[in-house]
Design a protein around this ligand. Structure first.
Ligand SMILES: Cc1cc2nc3c(=O)[nH]c(=O)nc-3n(C[C@H](O)[C@H](O)[C@H](O)COP(=O)(O)OP(=O)(O)OC[C@H]3O[C@@H](n4cnc5c(N)ncnc54)[C@H](O)[C@@H]3O)c2cc1C
Ligand SMILES: *[C@@H]1O[C@H](CO)[C@@H](O)[C@H](O)[C@H]1NC(C)=O
Ligand SMILES: *[C@@H]1O[C@H](CO)[C@@H](O)[C@H](O)[C@H]1NC(C)=O
Ligand SMILES: *[C@@H]1O[C@H](CO)[C@@H](O)[C@H](O)[C@H]1NC(C)=O
Ligand SMILES: *[C@@H]1O[C@H](CO)[C@@H](O)[C@H](O)[C@H]1NC(C)=O
Ligand SMILES: *[C@@H]1O[C@H](CO)[C@@H](O)[C@H](O)[C@H]1NC(C)=O
Ligand SMILES: *[C@@H]1O[C@H](CO)[C@@H](O)[C@H](O)[C@H]1NC(C)=O
Length: 583
């Protein structure tokens, strides 16, 4: 380690001691579910301590007794989670589903694309790339949200966890390059999702320290909120005894890390509810396991069907990305996403740099050099071995690289989620059908055009080799015979042949982990996020989206948790006052 690197490590150590107080606070708030009695009662039970779940639990606890159940542990004290440089290690962690204590649960969709879901307090915000941006006004209108309350909810989140993203030399080149490539205007630093190039915000602060949605729990009412970790919800319990009325959610059955079963019930009383915030895979899965879904599908698993609602698990969408890796002759910073090019042609361009990601990429699930169905676990480890075996000289060169992605912003292709077993800890079956709709392929091709332009911009010349180096041959041997331009590690089709470019889109597709749907607004939940066909149950998280909002979604997921929580407090107050005035 060189001297500057040592200095950075020392500085980091100092910064970490400075925030120890905050960590202790968080630790005292969450406790292991094994400490809980087998029966307890609450006014609200929130299932899933993720990006939305933490926001809504903190909000409801302002006035009511709330239980928050999270199947994973806490994010505090884990350097891979808390430090920006730890991100590759974090995502590389546990490529199988084996370790129940890992903050990551890997899954592979039936499309073949390797993917990741969170299993930790803070949810996706504890494992993501940190980029933080609001939804557009049009998206807010389409969702039927009240703009003023939306604004307040975003601000509530931002005061607690957002900072301007940092802008090192490589991200600066990306920003200038995007403007030079015609992604205009330059909108500077902004939260907004508007056409042009912008510097965004991040949940990593200027010191590279992550602030997850779990930090929103600092604003909870400690007296009224119980947070349990390693508490895995098995099913929602319904009272179906009154034949004239819809089933009513009355509690949640969950297990702790010793596999003991606990029951959390709603207190008898006015307007108490269960809120499902288990994410785009977890929420539809739990509804199905609880008997809400296609009765025919549930019969395959001998699950008693309470509500025949085939929309549960439908409209699963994951935004496809296609990426290039650009090896740089000049040093570049370790960065996660800071800048976005929002084009008017349906693609968003973002990038990350340094941090060894190039050769860790296969282990992170982003192996895009084979078509999705060929990305077997064996293939990944073979590629990794090949990469590990490179000379240290070559490795150093490869480390010095950037990753630029083009994301289809609003894909039409969608798929489904189904149960694979009755065991909630097993991933459900999910298929996203990337690029099955021809319009999505057309959008991808437009993205490739922008990538070409970007590579040619003056701003980017310092960060790309102008000649093909042997590194590419090592990284992408199977591409040696392909047509198309090979730009120093960035294999990119030449666009002359549309069929070939379309094939490239399908064959190199990976995920930016913005998967959503499964409990969508209007089909599974009503405008107030109440599940159709039952009482006292809502779903509030990314599973309700028909479209991933904002440049990247997490800001809006947290906003939604706050927004619905505030709305529930207001509605309940009015309803209780009405009852009191009648009495
Ligand atoms: C690797 C990665 C990178 C990303 N990068 C970005 C980015 O840079 N910017 C951005 O805006 N977005 C990013 N995203 C997307 C964003 O993080 C997600 O869209 C968002 O976190 C989803 O929030 P959610 O509340 O719907 O679900 P989650 O945050 O996943 O919350 C669900 C929670 O429920 C828990 N749970 C599930 N089942 C159960 C159960 N049975 N019992 C108890 N608990 C349960 C889970 O453990 C989890 O904590 C990224 C996502 C990933 C995975
Ligand atoms: C179910 O609801 C009915 C009223 O509709 C009530 O009488 C009964 O006690 C409830 N059962 C349970 C187990 O909560
Ligand atoms: C947990 O309990 C369930 C049901 O009792 C059982 O099927 C399962 O094997 C147990 N799992 C572990 C890890 O003990
Ligand atoms: C469902 O129940 C039937 C009859 O009891 C049994 O044969 C079958 O194996 C069960 N299926 C599952 C998936 O549990
Ligand atoms: C990259 O990996 C090498 C080998 O494991 C390591 O020596 C180096 O410190 C890493 N660089 C960064 C920026 O993490
Ligand atoms: C990697 O190198 C080791 C020894 O250095 C060798 O045994 C192994 O075969 C190599 N693996 C590959 C895939 O080349
Ligand atoms: C375009 O590419 C496809 C697929 O690689 C190939 O089959 C076809 O012959 C090419 N067409 C032309 C005109 O080169």
């Amino acid at each position: 380690m060189g001297l500057p690197a040592m200095a950075i490590v020392l500085l980091m150590a100092l910064l970490q001691t400075g925030t120890a107080a905050a960590e202790t606070r968080a630790f005292s708030k969450a406790r292991d579910a094994i400490t809980e009695p087998s029966h307890a009662q609450y006014e609200y039970i929130v299932v899933g301590g993720g990006t939305a779940g933490c926001a809504i639990a903190a909000t409801l606890s302002e006035h009511y007794k709330v239980l928050l159940l999270e199947r994973g542990g806490t994010p505090y004290g884990n350097p891979s989670i808390e430090r920006l440089e730890g991100w590759a290690d974090l995502l590389r962690d546990d490529p199988t589903e084996s370790s129940e204590r890992s903050p990551i649960q890997a899954f592979r969709s039936a499309d073949g694309v390797h993917n990741r879901r969170a299993r930790v307090l803070g949810g996706g915000s504890a494992i993501n790339a940190g980029f933080y941006n609001r939804a557009s006004d049009a998206e807010v209108r389409a969702a039927g949200w009240k703009p003023k309350s939306v604004q307040e909810a975003y601000e509530w989140v931002e005061e607690r966890i957002a900072s301007p993203a940092s802008l090192g030399p490589w991200q600066k080149a990306l920003k200038n390059g995007l403007v030079q490539a015609g992604v205009t205007p330059d909108n500077g630093l902004t939260y907004e999702h508007i056409q042009g190039t912008k510097l965004g915000h991040s949940i990593f602060d200027a010191q590279g320290r992550r602030h997850t949605a779990a930090d929103l729990l600092f604003s909870a009412n400690d007296e009224l909120l119980t947070v349990l970790t390693f508490a895995s919800a098995q099913r929602i319990i319904f009272n179906v005894s009154d034949e004239n009325k819809q089933p009513r959610a009355t509690g949640v059955e969950y297990t702790d890390s010793r596999n003991a079963t606990h029951f959390a019930y709603l207190q008898d009383g006015f307007q108490n509810e269960v809120i499902l915030s288990a994410g785009a895979l977890g929420s539809p899965q739990l509804l199905l396991l609880s008997g809400i879904g296609s009765c025919e599908h549930l019969a395959e698993f001998n699950i008693t069907c309470h509500v025949d609602l085939s929309a549960v698990g439908a409209e699963m969408v994951d935004n496809p990305i296609n990426a290039i890796v650009l090896v740089s002759p000049n040093p570049l910073e370790t960065s996660l996403i800071s800048v976005a090019g929002i084009t008017h042609e349906g693609v968003v361009i973002e990038g990350a740099s340094g941090g060894n990601w190039t050769w860790q990429w296969p282990g992170m699930g982003q192996l895009n050099i084979f078509p999705p169905l060929e990305r077997s676990v064996e293939m990944i480890s073979l590629v990794q071995t090949n990469l590990q075996n490179l000379s240290s000289n070559t490795k150093e060169q490869i480390d010095q690289s950037g990753f630029i992605l083009s994301k289809v912003y609003d894909p039409i292709s969608s798929g489904t989620l189904r149960l694979k077993s009755r065991d909630v800890s097993q991933n459900p079956y999910v298929k996203f059908n990337y690029y099955t709709h021809p319009r999505d392929v057309e959008t991808c091709i437009r993205g490739v055009k922008y990538l070409h332009k970007l590579l040619q911009t003056p701003a980017f010349q310092g960060f790309r080799y102008t000649t093909v180096t042997p590194i590419i041959a090592l990284l992408y041997p199977e591409l040696s015979s392909s047509e198309g331009e090979r730009t120093d590690g960035a294999y990119i089709p030449d666009l002359k042949n549309r069929t070939e470019t379309a094939n490239w889109c399908r064959d190199t597709v990976t995920t930016i982990w913005h998967f959503h749907g499964g409990c969508v607004l209007g089909k599974v939940v009503d405008k107030r996020y109440r599940v159709f066909g039952v009482r006292s149950l809502r779903v509030v998280d990314g599973s309700t989206f028909t479209k991933s909002p904002g440049t990247n979604p997490q800001a809006t997921v947290m906003m939604l948790g706050r927004y619905v929580g505030v709305r529930m407090l207001k509605d309940r107050k009015i309803a209780e006052e009405t009852v009191n005035s009648r009495n």
